[in-house]
Write a protein that binds this ligand. Sequence first.
Ligand code: NAI
Ligand code: MG
Length: 336
Amino acid sequence: MKTTIAVIRGDGIGPEIMDATLRVLGALDVGLDYDFVDAGLSAYEKTGELLPQVTLDAIAKHRVALKSPLTTPVGEGFSSINVELRRRFDLYANVRPAISFPNTRSRFAENVDLITVRENTEGAYAGEGQQVSEDGATATLVQKITRKGSERIVRYAFDLAVRTGRKKVTIVHKANILKSTSGLFLKVAREVAAQYPQIQCNEMIVDNTCMQLVMRPEQFDVICTTNLFGDIISDLCAGLVGGLGLAPGANIGADAAIFEAVHGSAPDIAGKGIANPCALLLGAAQMLDHLDQPENATRLRDAIRATLAAGDRLTPDLGGSGTTQTFADAIASRLG
Ligand code: NAI
Ligand code: MG
């Protein structure tokens, strides 16, 4: 029986990179059926709702979704639909690999191979209790960290290390200053780490981590951290390996998982047909691993790597003059 997944084509460059990704998956013969549903601005334009019930039902039913970026207004307007999806399905683990690829004009073309495991449901990023005083002079929010939230994300990071043959987990925190919240996260992380004697564990303060990542990224293997630090650090890591066009992310919970690109809807290049489809394609590779198709995941990653190495038909963000379509076709041609 074929597996069905929910597919959200998204906003901005979303539809362009999703079409390219599904063409490549077609060449890979993954045997998936797609249930197309809408979320975000495109859903609002069609149905008057940002997150229609049919979309929620489809994700709940199929338990796996491939999602293009959704636009969120900055500073005002509706809250992020991405954050809402993570909350609704309790997608507590945000898993973001950053791996060196050839021909990306990155400063680190060889020695980066790390995964950021970011807590995805709590902390400052969850935006709980956001308030601005009546006179507009003071703004507050609640930064809540729980034992349960910390324990399950650290456990996820260590289990991932065991499962994928990685050697080290670095716990990133700011417990020297944020003694209550980051302090609890670190305390729980130490307890969990003690249960995995086969995996090396070290601790690093977040600001130093940023410097270390830029100076010596090869020292990192798995990074585990809280929501807001993980948001920022994983973009830094994407920058190490050639930019957002190459950075995928998985949002994983006990009952559902959503696979996506780390980048947003890129309104500055939307509709031009020049967006790099690799981040969403690499998200699809994470999805294939999750669907227990590791051979197809590896074939897909190898085809992306070979196309980048060949250096032809690359999109402008990688210094080429190709289009989303020609780049995707070059990848698909290696899978036939
Ligand atoms: P962005 O990631 O959309 O764009 C940042 C820069 O990277 C832009 O110059 C863009 O052209 C470039 N870029 C991004 N993806 C690219 C690709 N595949 N190929 C080539 N160049 C690419 O971030 P920005 O501009 O801060 O946000 C735009 C919108 O996306 C906002 O509404 C934001 O809330 C939303 N967003 C959504 C996310 C999601 O759905 N997971 C994640 C991040 C942002
Ligand atoms: Mg982000």
